[in-house]
Structure formats: C-alpha cells, structure tokens
Design a protein around this ligand. Sequence first.
Ligand SMILES: Cc1ncc(COP(=O)(O)O)c(C=O)c1O
Length: 208
Amino acid sequence: MSAYLDHAATGPMRPEAVEAMLPFFTDRFANPSGAHRWARDARRAIDEARDELAELLGADPGDIIYTSGGTEADNLAVFGATRSTSREPGRAQPGLVVCSAIEHHAVLDPVEHLGGRVVGVDPLGRIDLDQLADVLRSETELAEAAEGPGVRLVSVMTINNEIGTLQPIDRIAKLVRRHAPDALLHTDAVQAFCWTDIAHITRNADLV
Ligand SMILES: Cc1ncc(COP(=O)(O)O)c(C=O)c1O
C-alpha cells in the first residue's frame, strides 16, 4: 500500500469541486466577454463566484482579481505594488519591498529580483518583529533623507506551506502603519484559505 503525503503542495480535486466545474468544461463553456446568451451565462457564473469569494474574504467584489494560481497572484502583488504609484501623489518611483525569510518562492524570488529586504524568523518560523520594525524604521528614514520612495510593500504569509506557522498579521500591520505608513501589507494566504476564518485573520492586510 502507498500513501500520498504531499497534500500541502497539491492534491486531488474534491468531488464537489469537480461537480461544480464540470458544466464549464462542457455546456457552459462560452467566452464571458461576449454579448450573446451563452456568453452572458458564463459571465453570470463568474460574477456569482466573485460575490461568494468576496464574502469569504470580507472584501468588496470589485476588489477580487482572478489569477491562474498562487504564484501569479504573489508575483502580481509584489511587482504590481512596488511599481504602482505611491499613496502619496507625485512619488512614482519603484519602492522597496520587505518580506520574511520563510515566504514561498513565489514571493521570495520577486523580492530578491527587486533587491528587497528579507527579515529573519525564529525557530518556529515566526517573523522577528523587532527586526521588522528596525528595517521599516531605517528604510523610511533613509528614504525621507534622500526624498526617495521608501518601503512600498511588506509581504508576510498568513500560514507557512511547510511548517504551518501562523504569522501575527495584526501585529505586523500595526508595525507597518507606524513605521512605513506609505507601504501596503500583502499576505500570501494560499495555505490559510480553506482552514481558517480568512476574513478575520487578514482583516488588516491590504492585499490577500
Ligand atoms: C504558500 C504558497 N504560496 C504560493 C504557492 C504557489 O501556488 P501555485 O502552485 O498555485 O502557483 C503555494 C503552492 O503550494 C503555496 O503553498
């Protein structure tokens, strides 16, 4: 007998998910951007799913962005936020991104590519909050002195995909607001979505 023990990486689709998706591989297949009846039916299904997701996440339906999966969503958050204009008008330079050392490579690789800062974790995988505060404070001071863009994004995952560490998102959010008020807080919630009250534990994050 063999047992598959890698479900945190990927697993078989649940029968109810297969059943819910089957019509869209067969009868309800149309391009949702079209104007005809079949297209509008597909569009309706997408919008209904958007409403359900928004409710689960405690978000506005208009703020839901569909991606192909976790890697694309993480890449979009990191590259998108650092390259977007800042909350402060007129400061459009790409900013610094900060993440924890325990992020998935979907976050770590773009952060390294952008020359960002990586904050250490303790033996249980919890981010070092003092080090995070120091990094945010010093980078914000440096940016103010140089009139640069400063920290644009802080990315700390909700639950780790290998050791299951739950990060203190509320406390991290407080540090970000206090020491880098121009930054957005992103949390990769890939591993948290099915198992936690996601709306509650990510309520102080800007991007989930
Ligand atoms: C925490 C975390 N982030 C990102 C990803 C990447 O997601 P995907 O495989 O959908 O690109 C995974 C995949 O398991 C993950 O566990």
